[in-house]
Structure formats: structure tokens, C-alpha cells
Design a protein around this ligand. Structure first.
Ligand code: NDP
Length: 386
């Protein structure tokens, strides 16, 4: 019997289950790159469209795991020495966590997790796990690659439009009973004809570019490997050899790269100084890609016109985090990759990975981040450890 420790975000304060505003979600069977959506065997322990990413939703895994005789602990109590997470850490064989409410698996915690074999990210982005320490301890790290890429891409499009149109402050005027049109439009522009650049054009970054193409933007990107000439031509892309070159050419910078040691702090005062005055920065990748206080300085000085995204450090962010209140921010809690649609896919992918693990069949290559003591699969392609 194995102990499976699962950390999920808390239930809605209004109670669980919530009232659902729709009766179903579309069925997606294949992603844009041809990869199939998760294909677990047998019944799902949930109805697609249900809220399963919170504690009471349990990712729909309880009947599967308990049916096999495993112990399944689900908690949102993840931080501090007296947390439920710490209590079960030493004898957990599998830890499931979501980036939205991450159970940080530091080197110290990994050293205490003597029985840990599988750290499973229900979602995408496993930087809450110390990947080097996991590799040394021969822990497999896996995530549900592709599961919420479109969810995040849609969020990026939403905040790009919201920032440039000054949507959120204008909405506030409407709620407050006002009609201050001149105030609302003093910083409202059309997006058409502007230059949009993404740092990282992988699954999400490319999906963003494809979705923005019809808006008549000039599209730019940079990453270590160039996209195919066909894709560059299809989207009329301008390639930049590095981030510095891209940021000085565009009106929007979108961060869509993984966080690992050499990408941490990429956006510091120096990088902001290279951005055009009045440009916008969007970051749905990871908070630590940017220097927290440099963002505040850049927005407050008016050098950049707005910052939006949904990733913070730590998560949950403390109430006094300056991004909550700095001007012209379009921040949300980390929600972009956990729409009800995304949850259905990453919960099914979590089940698929668990089935592979317990049946001793290979986990899909694209789901692997660390395996056999080294970066593997998607981890080997997207992460660098230096
Ligand atoms: P992919 O691996 O598909 O794409 C990442 C891209 O980043 C790759 O194309 C890679 O290209 C590029 N890249 C990596 N390192 C660098 C670098 N140093 N400089 C420039 N480009 C780089 O990942 P996804 O698109 O699926 O996800 C990206 C990130 O988004 C995740 O790692 C995660 O942190 C975040 N995410 C956030 C979510 C949310 O809910 N907000 C949900 C899902 C993901 P190349 O190797 O050629 O450089």
C-alpha cells in the first residue's frame, strides 16, 4: 500500500460544490501539436466541468486510489513545520501538487521524504520542486504537459487587450456609478498595428501568437531554437537572437519560458530600461523570472504602461505583496491554468500518470521532467539546470 499525499487549493468560501453556470464543456481530444489529450483507462472519478482542483474535488482520484488499497491524503495545509503536508512528508510515496497552490519541495523537504518516488504536478511547471535534488534522490518528476496551454494562452490574450484598452479601471468607473469617459480613455488604445513579442514560443507562447495574429499585430519571438520556417512564414514572425533585442522592439513583452536558475531574475532594472516607454509586460510563466521591486519601479515611474499576469512568489502571495496594489496592474491570483476546462484535462492526465506508475508501464515521454536521476522528456527539452 502506498501513501499518496495531494496538495490542492482550498474550497470556495461559498461552499462546495459550487453552483455551475454551464452544463458541459467541449471535448478536446488533440492539442495543436498533434499530441493527444490524456487517455486514462476506465472511468474518470469526476464529470468534466466540475471543480476538482480544490480539496473537496480531490482531482476525482479517491475511488481509483482507494480501490487499489492506497492511502490518499488531501490537504491545502502545505506550509510551515506543523502543516499537514510536513506531517505526511516522511512516508509519502507520491506527492501530487498544483502550481496554483504549490507544495514547495525544497532540497530540505526532499531529504526528509525518504519514501518519495513520484512528484506529480497536476498542471504544467515543476519549478516548485528542486529538480536537482529530486534527480539526486532518484525521484521521478512528471507533469501534465499540454493540459492547460490553451487556457493560459487565452488568459494572455485577455490581459493584453485589457491593459491596452484600460479595461479594468474603466470597469471600476462603471461599477462606481460614474461616466468618466475622458478619464477612462486617456490611456486606451487599439492593439492593431502594435508589436507583440514573446520570450518563449513553446506550447503556450506559440498558441498566444496564433491567437493574436488576427488582431493585425506585428509578431516577434525569441528562444534558443528557432521555429520552423513554415511557422515563421505563416505568422510573419520576426525572430530575435536574444531577449534584449526583442524587448527594445516591441510594445508588449510576453514571458512564456520555464523558471530555472539561469532564467531567474531575467527582468531586472537593466532589462526594463531596454523596454520601450509605454510598453506592457505580461507574465503568466513564473514570478521569479522578474525582479519583484523592479516591476514596481518600472510601472510607478511610468516607464512601462502596465504589468499583468497571474504568477507570484510565494504562492499564495502575502496580502501586502506590492503587485496587488501597484498602478496599472492586471494581476489575478494564479488562475489562468486552472479553468474548469483545464482541470478536466490535468486531472485526467494525473490519473493517466498514476496508472502508468502503479502498472509499471512507462509514463508518456512528454510528461517526464526528471526520471532515472536526470532531466528527461519535456524536462530535458525545456529546462536547463545551470
Ligand atoms: P514549453 O516547454 O512548451 O515552452 C517553453 C519555451 O521556452 C520553449 O519553446 C523553449 O524554447 C523556451 N525557452 C526555454 N528557456 C529559454 C531561455 N532561456 N530563453 C528563451 N527561451 C527559452 O512550455 P509551455 O509553453 O508549456 O510552458 C511555459 C511555462 O509557462 C511553464 O514552464 C510554466 O512555468 C508556465 N505555465 C504557467 C501556467 C499558469 O497557469 N500560469 C500553466 C502552464 C505553464 P528553446 O528550448 O528553444 O529555448
Amino acid at each position: 500500500m502506498s501513501k499518496v499525499l495531494c496538495v490542492l487549493y482550498p474550497d470556495p468560501v461559498t461552499g462546495y460544490p459550487p453552483h455551475y453556470v454551464r452544463d458541459s464543456i467541449p471535448t478536446i481530444t488533440v492539442y495543436a501539436n498533434g499530441q493527444s489529450t490524456p487517455t486514462p483507462k476506465g472511468p474518470l472519478g469526476f464529470r468534466p466541468g466540475e471543480l476538482i482542483g480544490c480539496v473537496s474535488g480531490e482531482l476525482g482520484l479517491r475511488s481509483y486510489l482507494e480501490g487499489l488499497g492506497h492511502e490518499f491524503i488531501v490537504t491545502s495545509d502545505k506550509d510551515g513545520p506543523d502543516s499537514t503536508f510536513e506531517k505526511h512528508l516522511s512516508d509519502a510515496e507520491i506527492i501530487i501538487s498544483q502550481p496554483f497552490w504549490p507544495a514547495y519541495l525544497t532540497q530540505e523537504r526532499i531529504a526528509r521524504a525518504k519514501k518519495l518516488k513520484l512528484a506529480l504536478t497536476a498542471g504544467i511547471g515543476s519549478d516548485h520542486v528542486d529538480l536537482e535534488a529530486a534527480a539526486r534522490a532518484d525521484i521521478t518528476v512528471a507533469e501534465v504537459t499540454g493540459s492547460n496551454s490553451v487556457s493560459v494562452a487565452e488568459h494572455v490574450v485577455m490581459v493584453a487587450l485589457s491593459l491596452v484598452r484600460n479595461y479594468l479601471p474603466s470597469h471600476d468607473v462603471s461599477v462606481a456609478g460614474g461616466w468618466l469617459i475622458a478619464d477612462c480613455v486617456s490611456r486606451s488604445y487599439d492593439i492593431e498595428g502594435m508589436h507583440f513579442g514573446t520570450i518563449g514560443a513553446g506550447r503556450i507562447g506559440l498558441a498566444v501568437l496564433r491567437r493574436l495574429k488576427p488582431f493585425g499585430l506585428h509578431l516577434h519571438y525569441t528562444q534558443r531554437h528557432r521555429l520552423s520556417p513554415e511557422i515563421e512564414q505563416e505568422l510573419s514572425l520576426t525572430f530575435h537572437p536574444d531577449a534584449e533585442s526583442l524587448v527594445s522592439a516591441v510594445d508588449f513583452v510576453n514571458l512564456q519560458i520555464p523558471l530555472y536558475p539561469s532564467t531567474e531574475g531575467m527582468f531586472n532594472d537593466r532589462m526594463f530600461a531596454k523596454m520601450k516607454r509605454g510598453a506592457y509586460l505580461i507574465n503568466t510563466a513564473r514570478a521569479k523570472l522578474v525582479d519583484r521591486d523592479a516591476v514596481v519601479r518600472a510601472v510607478e515611474s511610468g516607464h512601462i504602461a502596465g504589468y499583468a499576469g497571474d504568477v507570484w512568489f510565494p504562492q499564495p502571495a502575502p496580502p501586502e505583496h506590492p503587485w496587488r496594489t501597484m498602478p496599472f496592474n492586471g494581476m489575478t491570483p494564479h488562475i489562468s491554468g486552472t479553468s474548469l476546462s483545464a482541470q478536466a484535462r490535468y486531472a485526467a492526465g494525473t490519473l493517466e500518470i498514476l496508472q502508468s506508475y502503479f502498472e509499471r508501464t512507462p509514463i508518456r515521454e512528454e510528461y517526464l521532467i526528471v526520471h532515472g536521476g536526470a532531466l528527461a522528456g519535456t524536462g530535458a527539452k525545456s529546462y536547463g539546470l545551470t
